[in-house]
Design a protein around this ligand. Structure first.
Ligand SMILES: Cc1cc2nc3c(=O)[nH]c(=O)nc-3n(C[C@H](O)[C@H](O)[C@H](O)COP(=O)(O)OP(=O)(O)OC[C@H]3O[C@@H](n4cnc5c(N)ncnc54)[C@H](O)[C@@H]3O)c2cc1C
Length: 806
């Protein structure tokens, strides 16, 4: 009987490998597949080495495949870019080692999963043994794909020094973990992992679909093409990849490690800690290398570093391995859960919604500074992270909401978010991996309390806040956004939250664009633009939840369909735009006529004078108007010109008595395509009956040059023929020449990188406010990606070779 796959591995690799499916390698398999996911490195990658060793034993080549979906939690430009940079470099290194590679990056038109198909044709499959949910799911998919042929699947721990499977169980206290793993640590601390050389020539065979050539793509373009959250930009200072990790480690090891014990808790000393956690998170550097080299140096600093790396980090990893619910609040010990539940109704000093927290807009300057680090640098010093996390309990409705916010804010923004260490740190804030503290305190119960006020006393908040921003304000690009509709405002706010100096110019007297509301009398408004909106895209979900919680919007189901996914801003349509514009520099009543470029900067000619200079210009107006402004960028102008619009004449009618016997929305085929009882919308204070009627597009086109009030009168007459309505007291009309895009581009946004000019609006993606918001986010993403320090990183590689490792 031939050896099982694990038995064909050298002992140093076999001891970190488990068979998810044992058995004989498939006789028809043409290669050993290595699915590269959590360990994006070509050096000292024990999983890759295991695949090569197995391939050598079987006389087969190895195919290393990397596949990136758009659907992992909190997928964004930040995470995608970091991971793609790492993958590009790792695959290049792997090819240099004589191993075939293939990459698949999902995006519209290229979403068919390739790895399971490749796994089906493999003799054996090797994957990274990572304990968090998405990696578990990947492994399940591999097992399902190989079930029919009963192909062996091996999972290799290339993340820890003491392999998780050797730890044997979950430990919830560091001192217990330390003593239980002492001998294993001593045995493995100095282990070397020389690369296993392939003895079989590379051969990728026939690939299921065309792979993504990461060397040929500009990674900014590739990221922009993916359907992910474009509002979280890449971090300029942290390029992904092995070379960056090795450079960082070498500098830290040689200059900072010795002083680590003394300085690591001072958040003002940015260089005192290694900043390697994002690289460890994605396996861009081996923990085995760090441990070996730190141990070789010896002394207090290295000892403390090894305590963090080998005790705290590895306790979290093995815990997650043996406790699948490590990423939920179920991880809390009973004493903490019971005590927090007892305090759930304790009065809170403030309750903040996600949007306020995410943007760092609480009333606590220290906490906001900490959050700015997450938001802008994708990083928060670990010592402050604990105080930051503890603050969420008093600001949310109890441990479940606090836990949800902790995970969201950390994993959305932190480059190292989402690994077992993150979860351990976050849930420590709620009592996990800790002991009870008596007597019980309000809100925290027996959980160790920690306050921002106390922390702020020993940390200069102003200096800390300055450190947390990406770059000094003077170095950030100056951006003009033309158009204060939902697209322009979402774009502007996303940019401003990252410290970009943004000026918004709009020809209207008020913000909101086509989410318009007209004041009829006193505080009574009629929504004569968009009557409502939907927001089904998951990328909008946290915003919508926050707007609902703050009362900025309310759900409305006027046709009683049981559909609660339609929203109206409160107290009128424009309110959402006003909310978005709240802390932006908006110049209303300024019509932009022309864009002019002089000496690399843009100036805008308007009816109120010339504005500028600007480094980037965003045109966020309806497509036909955008086409005019985009004259300096002919390709963009051409694309905008091709978008067709439906016009709409709207009538606002005020009645002295209710229009009875009809629902709040009446649809029809005549001139008035839709009538909406504006006064029935939630959150309106109206004791008089107001209706808004929308003209049919064809009818509106015919009457576009008529007097608006006269056309509105015709709409009301048509409405009164259909329903029994009294004579209106007053009728006002409005002509929307460009009401809704009929032939959207399906492009997110448009951007000319050389010119630094972009265009966004609902017409890039669809016809609704949700499309406008998403397009504004996409636009902000393109502006961030065009920043020189990020753009240079994304350019296609001219050489396939990896940078030399220092
Ligand atoms: C009658 C009607 C019904 C609608 N129904 C719905 C619906 O049911 N659901 C839905 O989701 N959406 C609906 N919409 C569409 C929705 O309003 C738009 O999708 C959304 O407003 C688009 O946002 P935007 O930011 O792209 O553009 P806009 O909202 O049009 O904002 C563009 C802004 O640019 C400004 N501007 C234009 N040119 C210049 C210039 N040269 N200089 C300075 N400023 C300029 C304008 O003043 C405006 O404020 C409707 C629209 C209308 C008119």
């Amino acid at each position: 009987m031939p050896d099982a796959p694990i038995d064909r591995l050298p002992p140093r690799l076999a001891s970190r490998t488990r068979a998810l499916r044992a058995g004989e390698p498939g006789p028809r398999g043409a290669y050993v597949l290595y699915s590269l996911s959590g360990n994006l490195r070509g050096h000292e990658n024990q999983a890759l080495d295991a695949a090569v060793a197995l391939g050598n034993a079987l006389g087969l080549p190895v195919l290393a495949v990397f596949e990136l979906s758009e659907r992992y939690p909190f997928a964004s430009d930040r995470h995608h870019r970091f991971v793609l940079e790492g993958a590009r470099e790792a695959l290049a290194t792997i090819r240099e080692r004589g191993i075939a590679t293939a990459a698949y990056v999902h995006r519209p038109g290229a979403r068919e999963e390739a790895t399971p198909r490749l796994a089906r044709d493999a003799a054996a499959v090797v994957c990274d043994d990572q304990p968090t949910r998405s990696y578990r799911e990947d492994r399940s998919a591999l097992l399902a794909a190989t079930a029919e042929r009963e192909t062996p699947v091996l999972a290799v721990d290339a993340s820890c020094v003491v392999p998780m499977i050797q730890v044997g169980r979950a430990f919830d206290r560091a001192y217990k973990f330390r003593s239980a793993t002492k001998d294993q640590r001593a045995d493995r601390l100095h282990a070397e992992f020389p690369p296993v050389a392939p003895r079989v020539a590379p051969d990728a065979g026939t690939l299921p679909r065309t792979p993504t050539d990461l060397d040929a793509w500009d990674l900014g373009e590739l990221t922009a093409a993916c359907e992910i959250d474009h509002s979280v930009p890449p971090v300029p200072d942290d390029p992904g990849g092995e070379a960056a990790a090795q450079t960082r480690w070498a500098a830290f090891r040689d200059h900072r490690l010795a002083g680590y014990a003394a300085r690591r808790n001072d958040a003002l000393q940015d260089g005192a800690v290694s900043h390697l956690s994002p690289y460890l998170r994605h396996g861009m550097i081996a923990a085995t290398q760090l441990a070996r080299e730190a141990a070789a140096q010896g002394g207090k600093g290295p000892e403390k570093f090894l305590e963090e790396l080998l005790i705290w980090r590895e306790m979290a990893w093995s815990f997650a391995h043996f406790a699948p619910d490590h990423d939920t609040v179920d991880v809390l010990p009973d004493w903490a859960r019971e005590s927090l539940d007892r305090c759930a109704l304790d009065p809170r000093p403030a309750l903040y919604v996600w949007e306020t927290l995410a943007r760092g807009r609480t009333d606590d300057a220290f906490w906001n500074a900490a959050q700015a680090g997450y938001l802008r640098r994708g990083y928060l010093h670990n010592n402050v992270r604990m105080t930051w996390g503890k603050a969420l309990l008093p600001w949310t409705e109890g441990p479940d909401v606090a836990a949800r916010m902790l995970v969201d804010l950390n994993n959305r923004y932190a480059l190292d978010g989402g690994d077992p260490n993150s979860y351990a740190g976050l849930f420590w804030c709620l009592g996990a991996f800790d002991r009870p503290f008596d007597p019980e305190k309000p809100i925290f119960g027996r959980v160790r309390p920690r306050s921002t006020e106390v922390h702020a006393e020993r940390l200069d908040t102003a200096r800390f806040a300055a450190l947390q921003t990406r770059r000094p304000a003077g170095e950030m690009p100056r951006v003009a956004v033309i158009g204060a509709g939902p697209a322009g405002l979402m774009c502007a706010r996303t940019l401003a939250d990252q410290g970009v100096a943004v000026t918004v110019l709009d020809k209207g007297r008020r913000v909101g664009g086509r989410t318009a509301a007209k004041r009829l009398w006193a505080d009574v408004h009629a929504d004569h633009g968009a009557p409502w909106f939907r927001a089904d895209d998951p990328r909008l979900a946290p915003f919508v939840e926050s707007w609902l919680d703050q009362g900025v919007i309310l759900p409305w189901d006027p046709e009683l369909t049981g559909d609660d996914g339609r929203y109206v801003p409160v107290p009128h349509s424009r309110a959402l735009a006003e909310h978005l514009a709240a802390d932006l520099d908006v110049r209303s009543g300024v019509r932009v006529d022309r864009l002019t470029r002089d000496a690399g900067a843009w100036s805008l000619t308007t009816d109120a004078g010339v504005f500028g200079p600007f480094d980037r210009v965003v045109v966020a107006v309806p497509a036909p108007q955008a086409a005019e402004l985009l004259a300096p960028c002919p390709a963009l102008a051409e694309a905008a010109r091709g978008v067709r619009y439906a016009p709409c004449i709207t009538a606002m009618a005020r009645f002295a008595a209710p229009v009875s016997g009809v629902p709040d929305v009446v649809r029809g085929n005549g001139p008035a395509r839709m009538a909406i009882r504006n006064s029935a919308k939630p959150g309106r204070e109206m004791n008089e009956e107001v209706w808004v009627l929308h003209g049919d597009p064809a009818w509106s086109a015919e009457h576009l040059d008529d007097d608006a009030d006269a056309a509105a009168g015709e709409l009301v007459a048509a409405f009164r023929q259909r329903v029994e309505a009294p004579e209106p007291v007053a009728v006002t009309g409005h002509r929307w020449r460009y009401a809704r895009a009929e032939t959207p581009l399906d492009a997110g946004c448009l951007f000319d990188g050389d010119a630094g000019v972009g265009a966004c609006g609902e017409w890039c993606l669809g016809g609704g406010i949700d499309d406008a918001l998403l397009s504004g986010m996409a636009m902000a993403g393109r502006v961030f990606a065009s920043e020189p320090d990020i753009a240079a990183r994304g350019a296609p590689r001219t050489v396939a070779a990896t940078e030399p490792i220092e």
